[in-house]
Write a protein that binds this ligand. Structure first.
Ligand code: FAD
Length: 298
């Protein structure tokens, strides 16, 4: 199934992101996570891809995506980065994905790791998008976008011009980097639409459930933290259970506001935290169902 087609039949698409177990952990540890996530009313589940040099780590993406389809009957999306790969490696990965009937790919460049020199075969995600299209047009290709600008771009306008190249090469839908302030998303959306990009855009939401997490996330992706969220984090920093409740509440409010303002999809960065994903899903599932009913396209 081409998951980008979902936007034609649903007003609000709901998806989850999970990551493969780290380093030497067996894929078995993800079984438990998936088992608990399986009852959630999700339209698709995406699996991240390690862009470093560790091949066995990379292979886990295909393995887990395949499991999501076969054991849980949920449509999988495999993330794929290109910064450390050559054409042969990408061709091999595409072959494996197709053999496993994984035909939806989130095509990414990947972050440049100072310890792993890039292969320079694929300079940007748009090169990967073009390569996938040329290799096998059966794949549906999704892309990433950045409401607060990608850290290598000089301006949001420049970043959006580059984003357009991905669309021109065949990306059919976009998922945003996580953000905590919806105003940044709305302003980004306006600029994107003015540039003539019309593909559906899902909003990436990450619930903050502990203090270390926010520090790590902000340093990794540069998302700005609005005063309201900063206050919540400081207020409950020493009370993990209260902070978790508050983080879930904040993410739920963010999603409600996005839905009220016509967002086409919500992509929840679960961090493999089943309880949090389930609580947020519980909070919003009737609302999403009502939106889809109201539009008469569910
Ligand atoms: P690109 O689209 O190539 O953009 C990177 C930079 O290059 C931007 O500044 C852009 O403006 C510029 N640029 C793009 N095209 C051109 C061009 N043609 N000419 C000049 N400049 C250009 N990382 C992982 O390692 N594994 C994952 O699974 C993963 N999943 C992600 C999922 C989502 C939804 C998001 C938002 C990010 C994810 N990332 C992942 C992180 C991502 O790899 C990094 O953000 C990376 O730095 C950029 O990837 P990209 O595909 O957006 O790159």
């Amino acid at each position: 199934m081409n998951i980008s087609e979902l936007f034609k039949i649903k007003k609000v698409v709901f998806s989850l992101e999970i990551f493969p177990p780290k380093k030497d952990n067996s894929v078995n540890v993800i079984y438990n996570t998936l088992l608990k996530l399986r009852g959630l009313p999700v339209d698709f589940m995406s699996v991240t891809y390690g862009s470093g040099g560790n091949i066995s780590q990379r292979e886990k993406t295909c393995e887990i995506a395949s499991l999501i389809r076969s054991a849980y009957h949920i449509e999988p999306v495999a993330h794929l980065t290109c910064v450390n790969s050559d054409e042969e490696e990408i061709r091999e990965t595409l072959k494996k994905l197709k053999e496993n009937q994984i035909l939806n790919i989130l095509a990414l460049r990947g972050d440049i790791n100072p310890d792993v020199p890039p292969k320079k075969v694929f300079q940007h995600a748009s090169d990967l998008v073009r390569f996938i299209q040329e290799t096998d047009p059966d794949f549906n290709i999704i892309g990433a976008c950045y409401p607060e600008c990608h850290y290598e771009s000089n301006s949001i306008e420049e970043d959006i011009q580059n984003l357009k190249k991905k669309i021109d090469h065949g990306v059919t839908h976009l998922i945003t980097q996580l953000f905590f302030d919806n105003r940044n998303f709305y302003s980004f959306l306006e600029k994107v639409r003015q540039t003539g990009i019309t593909v559906p855009i899902e909003a990436g939401i990450m619930p903050i459930v502990n203090k270390n997490q926010i520090e790590r996330i902000v340093s990794m992706c540069g998302a700005s933290v609005p005063a309201k969220l900063a206050k919540i984090i400081n207020r409950y920093a020493d009370n993990p259970t209260a902070l978790k409740d508050a983080g879930i509440f904040y993410a739920t409010e963010q999603i409600m506001d996005l839905i009220e303002n016509g967002v086409q999809g919500i992509h929840l960065y679960t961090m493999n935290n089943v309880e949090t994903a389930a609580r947020i899903s519980d909070n919003i599932q009737n609302i999403i169902a009502a939106e889809n009913d109201k539009s008469g396209i569910q």
